[in-house]
Ligand binder design. Structure first.
Ligand SMILES: Cc1ncc(C[n+]2csc(CCOP(=O)(O)OP(=O)(O)O)c2C)c(N)n1
Ligand SMILES: CC(=O)[C@@H](O)[C@H](O)COP(=O)(O)O
Ligand SMILES: [Mg+2]
Length: 653
């Protein structure tokens, strides 16, 4: 039976109306419905599921390539195992859209990543089929092992399956979990979904090792393989498995790194071929014990030509035209912060050959791909390894290089002990450009850059800056490059700048000095970072309401500009701090200073404005600002509330 291949048809066929058979997908509401469908019909189901996913993501945007690559694998796992009793954990969770469609969420799949819609990742509160939430990578083996051990401790027979990508497998956490699992001997099934891609090309020796296995260098003969498999799976190695072995390139059965760690290692097998997947999974389900690793080869973007051709560009997409693959791109009003950072770093590197840059598997997201185009030997992609990235940079700093460890706010959380122990305590001049600081929109709470100011400004030795606009970002890159006496960070958000005039090169900022943008006499708005633009707009409203307003840009959360704060506290009735970060950040440091200096004792009304103490679900950034009260209207409201007056009364105050 010919399987319709979506790209060749170039049609929107999510309803499979042009498919000659009854849509099988319409009969699958939950995974147990798969039991009624024959193995031979699985390719048809996969084609329908793939088409459904492509159509949904073309309307919502989101993670495309990873999900397309695991369509067959997802179906096969749900067909063979008994979820949700058996636990299925997707690492990162960005590949889980086919899983969502098969697990009762098809009717909401076109709400993916939208306000009040489905999350773009797995989420415990969303479905019983998501036993573990994710979005940061490389947690699935640890979580799965915990579940497996807990089940065994409670005499519950269940399979736990962790699906982890080759990129995610590069992280320290994954190795820690493999190490523990091999020793504990718990019944854990790890499926290594190897598509030879991370977001970008994978890097590192592990990636090379997997590629060598996939190219057959370590394969053993089929007969020998059969013997080994029998040893693991028991006497009844299914006839189908022998067929699968013949079709697949073979089973690796000895001497692999995974085997040395105590795993039974099966594969590589073809992850798009049900004749290989189903018998292998059934045999693992029905026989054997202890940890097993199944190495499955897949193709990122499988079944959609544009995504197959350019897996990096179709990892995460905006809305796109299914026929052409063209992604919707709003005309930008200003350069993105990421691009400004990249250009500024190149500019500084032109002047200083000690400058180097480090990324943890995010070259395009951080702009370091552009830096690498100019200075290929001065950029290091260490893989998904934030902890290592930080200490690696610390080591470079000890030898006189000037490393920029460029890591998203949310991912730097993973390297926190390294930031404290390896960088701050030793006062090493590692520069931390912190991208995606603040709300990030569709990726939701797991990716929000909420905590970096709180977790960095509390550390002795650190200088902590936030850019209010793209020109400020340039200044901060230059300032960080010149700051050689200890660690320094600067944060900037996802998306476009505000459209200010750009200097050719950044200026050196005086450490610990803010700037006054506008002088008033009654209300002082002290902004840290990109809320400055809304503060200036709010000040217009406040002035119009008769509340003369000063606006200042703190630039530094550490060291604080104490002269500026003292002056604002002394000369105004109200002092409001505003930042796009959690409680415990800039505002907390200002309050601490004011309290210690006795500046709160004379009746000054101080209100710190920060992100609310919740994990906020995905929505458009404007909506998130409004919800958090961190937009123009929210700032005006905070001032009125602090003064205990209405807008009308304020005019007469
Ligand atoms: C701790 C952490 N660092 C970085 C990322 C960003 N990230 C998301 S997916 C991804 C690549 C994952 O590659 P792989 O596991 O091979 O999955 P694939 O996309 O190839 O299916 C990266 C780097 C992340 N989610 N978590
Ligand atoms: C899944 C993941 O962690 C990344 O793909 C992330 O979604 C990228 O975010 P940006 O689009 O902000 O680079
Ligand atoms: Mg991969």
């Amino acid at each position: 039976m010919p399987v319709p291949r979506y790209p060749e048809r170039h049609e929107r066929c999510h309803r499979v109306s042009n498919y000659p058979h009854t849509p099988l997908l319409d009969t699958v509401h939950v995974p147990s419905d798969l039991k009624a469908i024959d193995d031979e019909q699985m390719p048809q189901l996969a084609a329908e599921l793939r088409a459904e996913m492509i159509d949904a993501v073309s309307r919502t945007g989101g993670h495309l390539g990873a999900g397309l690559g695991v369509v067959e694998l997802t179906i096969a796992i749900h067909k063979v195992f008994d979820t949700p009793h058996d636990r299925l954990i997707f690492d990162v969770g960005h590949q889980c859209y086919p899983h969502k469609i098969l697990t009762g969420r098809r009717d909401r799949i076109r709400t993916l990543r939208q306000e009040d819609g489905l999350s773009g990742f797995t989420k415990r509160s969303e479905s019983e089929y998501d036993p573990f939430g994710a979005a940061h990578s490389s947690t699935s083996i640890s979580a799965g092992l915990g579940m497996a051990v807990a089940s065994e401790a409670q005499n519950i027979r269940r399979n736990v399956i962790s699906v982890i990508g080759d990129g995610a497998m590069s992280a320290g956490m994954a190795f820690e979990a493999l190490n523990n699992a091999g020793a504990l001997d718990a019944r854990l099934i790890v499926i290594l979904n190897d598509n030879d891609m991370s977001i970008a090309q994978p890097t590192g020796a592990m990636s090379g090792y997997l590629a060598r296995m996939a190219s057959g260098r370590t394969y053993m003969g089929i007969r020998e393989t059969g013997k080994k498999l029998t040893a693991y799976l028991g006497k009844h190695v299914d006839r189908a498995i022998t067929r699968a072995v013949e079709h697949a390139r073979g089973y690796v059965t000895g001497g692999t790194m995974f085997e040395e760690l105590g795993f039974y290692h099966i594969g590589p097998i073809d992850g798009h071929n049900f004749e290989h997947l189903l018998p292998v999974l059934r045999n693992v389900r029905d026989n054997g014990d202890g940890p097993v690793l199944i190495h499955v080869m897949t193709q990122k973007g499988k079944g959609y030509a544009p995504a197959e051709k350019a897996a990096d560009k179709y990892h995460g997409v905006s809305k796109f035209d299914v026929v052409t693959g063209a992604q919707a791109k709003a005309k930008p009003n200003a350069p993105s912060y990421t691009n400004v950072f990249a250009e500024a770093l190149i500019e500084e590197a032109n002047h200083d050959d000690k400058i180097v840059a480090v990324t943890a598997a995010m070259p395009s997201g951080t702009g370091l791909d552009k830096f690498g185009d100019v200075y290929p030997s001065r950029v290091y992609d260490v893989g998904i390894a934030e902890q290592h990235a930080v200490t690696f940079a610390a080591g470079m700093a000890t030898e006189g290089l000037k490393p920029f460890a460029t890591i998203y706010s949310t991912f730097l959380q993973r390297g926190y002990d390294q930031v404290v122990h390896d960088v701050a305590i030793q006062n090493l001049p590692v520069r931390f450009p912190i991208d995606r600081a603040g709300f990030v929109g569709a990726d939701g709470s797991t990716h929000a850059g909420s905590f970096d100011v709180a977790y960095l400004a509390c550390l002795p030795n650190f200088v902590v800056m936030a850019a209010a606009d793209e020109a400020e970002l340039k200044h901060m890159v230059r300032t960080a490059a010149a700051h050689d006496s200890g660690p320094i960070s600067f944060r900037y958000p996802r998306g476009e700048g505000v459209g200010v005039e750009m200097p050719q090169r950044g200026q050196l900022l005086e450490i610990g000095k803010g700037r006054v943008m506008k002088e008033g006499s009654k209300v002082a708005l002290l902004s840290f970072g990109t809320r400055l633009a809304d503060c200036l707009l709010a000040a217009e409203d406040l002035d119009a309401a008769g509340l003369s307003t000063t606006v200042a840009d703190a630039r530094f959360a550490k060291p604080l500009d104490t002269d500026l704060i003292r002056q604002l506290a002394t000369n105004h009735e109200v002092l409001i701090t505003i930042e796009e970060g959690s409680v415990g950040g800039f505002g907390s440091h200002v309050l601490n200073f004011l309290a210690h200096e006795g500046l709160l004792d004379g009746g000054l009304k101080v209100r710190p404005m920060a992100m609310p103490d919740i994990f906020m679900d995905q929505a458009k950034p404007e909506v998130m600002y409004a919800r958090a009260g961190l937009d123009r209207a929210g700032i005006v409201k905070a001032v009125f509330t602090t003064l205990g007056v209405s807008a009308e009364a304020a005019k007469h105050a």
